[in-house]
Design a protein around this ligand. Structure first.
Ligand code: SF4
Ligand code: SF4
Length: 344
């Protein structure tokens, strides 16, 4: 990317028809990783009422269908797959042609994932060494890879025993027989994950060396792209520079280089993205700009019809960065932004 060149816009690579809904279904988890904040697994939220969820979805489709939207639901938690109605919800969305993405620790029994893998377009698997379920996680990865776009993120705690377990897992996974399609990445631990102020864990020099020599790799012994209903281009965004040239956005690089600063830009969160927290509160995006729109079970939930002005200094989540937005200097009309959305 031309990181020193001024940017006028970020846009989806394919179209603005995508509505990406990021949904923390609950905050219960079957693990208790030492580096994870209890808020992510303690289970203070109740299981959602399935019929209420369907009524909420109907309101979403009624509001966004007239905009010609294509939908991608990305489920996180806690561990989203342990919600007893998770399979039923996926079936409902799949039947409606909605794209489904899942972030999971993949420690549920392989029979579960075998039953629902065909419905997932994207699966992001986080490996946590303290779970001590390596064989099950590997079975789930190798069982689902090839059926969906898959990324495996291996948590690398600085603690020597856990570090070694993660390294052994990577080697064992790479050596697994069969035809596979996934990206594999060792990931630095974020201490206080799930709090307002997470920070990167401290590593020994030899561990820093490991990160420097082991970046993300792509494993493709399948020989072709997985057969999903989701075009990969739907997951990409482009940067448009002020001279009109354009290239693919690397959101991680953008965040890491401290370039994701869009205060005063007009942003399409709320139109192209929604975020639902584990309490069921609906936001335009995880950045929380614009405040809470309402609760999923509110009969009168008001969903946005206009973009919003960015009021944050730093846009830190990749999905937020990738959402279409334009700078005041871009020449793109902002006259449709309502006073309410400017002030909220
Ligand atoms: S890091 Fe993930 S798997 Fe571990 S306790 Fe937290 S939510 Fe569960
Ligand atoms: S912080 Fe929020 S409003 Fe600002 S650019 Fe990022 S996603 Fe848009």
């Amino acid at each position: 990317m031309k990181l020193d060149q001024p940017v006028s816009k970020i846009e989806y690579a394919r179209s603005d028809r995508l509505l990406h809904i990021m949904w923390m279904l609950h905050n219960q988890c079957n693990q208790k990783c030492s580096y994870c904040h209890p808020a992510n697994y303690e289970g203070s939220s109740q299981w959602l009422d399935y019929d209420g969820v369907v009524r909420f979805l109907d309101r979403i489709f009624k509001h966004y269908d007239p905009m010609g939207k294509e939908y991608l639901f990305s489920f996180t938690g806690g561990e989203p797959a342990i919600w007893p109605d998770f399979f039923k919800l996926c079936e409902y969305l799949y039947e409606r042609g909605v794209h489904i993405a899942l972030t999971t620790n993949a420690t549920r029994r392989p029979e579960f994932f075998e039953k629902c893998a065909h419905m997932f377009d994207v699966v992001s698997i986080s490996y946590h060494p303290e779970a001590e379920r390596d064989d099950i996680v590997i079975r789930n990865i190798t069982g689902m890879s090839g059926q969906c776009h898959m990324g495996v993120r291996v948590m690398m705690p600085p603690n020597l025993e856990l570090w070694n377990r993660s390294v052994r897992f990577i080697e064992k996974l790479k050596a697994s027989p069969g035809k596979h399609w996934y990206s594999l990445e060792p990931v630095r631990i974020l201490e206080g994950f799930g709090t307002e102020a997470p920070f990167l864990a401290q590593y020994a020099d030899w561990q820093e060396d490991y990160f420097n020599h082991h970046s993300a790799v792509f494993v493709n012994t399948l020989g072709h792209e997985p057969n999903t209903r989701l075009a990969k281009s739907l997951l990409r965004s482009s940067v448009v520079y002020t001279d009109g040239s354009k290239e693919e956005l690397d959101a991680t690089l953008y965040v890491n280089r401290d370039l994701a600063r869009f205060r005063g830009w007009t942003c399409r969160i709320g139109l192209d993205q929604l975020f639902i927290d584990f309490k069921g509160d609906v936001w335009r995006a995880g950045c929380q700009v614009g405040g809470i729109l309402g609760h999923i079970f509110d009969e009168n939930l008001q969903l946005p019809t206009q973009p919003i002005l960015c009021s944050k200094d730093f846009c830190h989540c990749n999905t937020d960065v990738m959402t279409p937005k334009w700078s005041p200097r871009s020449g793109t009309s902002t006259e449709k932004i309502t006073e309410a959305s400017i002030n909220s």
